[in-house]
Design a binder for this molecule. Structure first.
Ligand code: BTN
Length: 257
């Protein structure tokens, strides 16, 4: 059993997790909030939080891995969240590199993995794995700009009136899954995790556009992530580009996820 800190409202569970980790919180400590006032997403975006309807949690991990492997924790956790949501919804999701969990091409969950200053000595290092899952949202709970791109477990499961998922059950499955995959990563490395991740790859073989952090737009076919977790994209002249981070979207679709 890992320690769990529960809150009715926080600015962001990732911010609280960082504070607790700086104070020495143990590997596996979880922070969960019913609501967040400043939920954070990747690339400086915000995470749309609706109190009581979603899972908003952060897990503090102190894995026994090389500093250079910390960046792979996003894919490791994404796989775990996809597997957990498949179990819950009974429908297989896909994973959009690096961290979006989609049902029918709409985003149901996102992961924001943040690392401590990696120059800390090994015993003090940690990562925060922040997970947001849209659980019991109806369409009316998303702002209009997310209507075409966001979904929830309830919407994907075709629930009848009044039926709801227990957020606590979703949390337990997600937490178990992430801690199990992190431990597999520590013991067996990344190769098998990547093999499993590829079974969910939403972009593989599809034409896509990426906007790299330098602002360059790369258009091409996704070849999937490599053993470093870096996405490879082949452009029209067969040149292979490596995408480290930045926004990724399918070509000719509007993707605001
Ligand atoms: C993304 O897809 O951009 C990542 C979204 C991550 C959202 C979760 S909600 C719980 C945790 N606390 C935050 O402030 N963000 C993450």
């Amino acid at each position: 059993m890992y320690p769990i800190h529960r809150y009715s409202c926080l600015d962001s569970t990732n911010v609280k997790a960082k504070q607790l980790a700086d104070e020495g919180a143990l590997h596996g400590t979880a922070i969960i909030a019913d609501n967040q006032t400043s939920g954070r997403g990747r690339l400086g975006k915000s995470w749309h939080t609706v109190g009581g309807l979603g899972l908003y949690c952060s897990l503090i991990v102190r894995p026994q891995i090389e500093v250079t492997d910390y960046s792979k924790l996003t894919l490791v956790s994404g796989l775990a969240v996809a597997e957990a949501l498949w179990k819950i919804a009974g429908v297989k999701p896909t994973l959009k590199w690096p961290n979006d969990v989609l049902f029918n091409s709409k985003k149901c969950a996102g992961i924001l993995a943040e690392s401590s200053a990696l120059n800390l000595v090994a015993e003090e290092r940690f990562a925060i794995i922040g997970i947001g899952v849209n659980v019991n949202h109806g369409n009316e709970n998303f702002p209009s700009e997310l209507h075409d791109t966001a979904t929830s477990l309830a919407l994907e499961s075709d629930f009848k009136d009044g039926e709801k998922y227990a957020i606590e059950d979703v949390f337990s499955l997600v937490q178990d899954g992430v801690m199990r995959e992190v431990s597999r990563f520590e013991k067996q490395g990344f190769r098998d995790i990547l093999k499993d991740w590829r079974k969910y790859d939403h972009l593989l073989g599809k034409e896509m556009e990426c906007v790299s952090t330098t602002g360059d737009v790369i258009k091409g076919i996704s070849l999937g992530p490599d053993l470093e977790g870096i996405l490879h994209v082949r452009d029209a002249s067969s040149r292979i580009h490596e995408v480290l981070s930045g926004d990724v979207r399918l070509a000719r679709t509007i993707d605001k996820s």
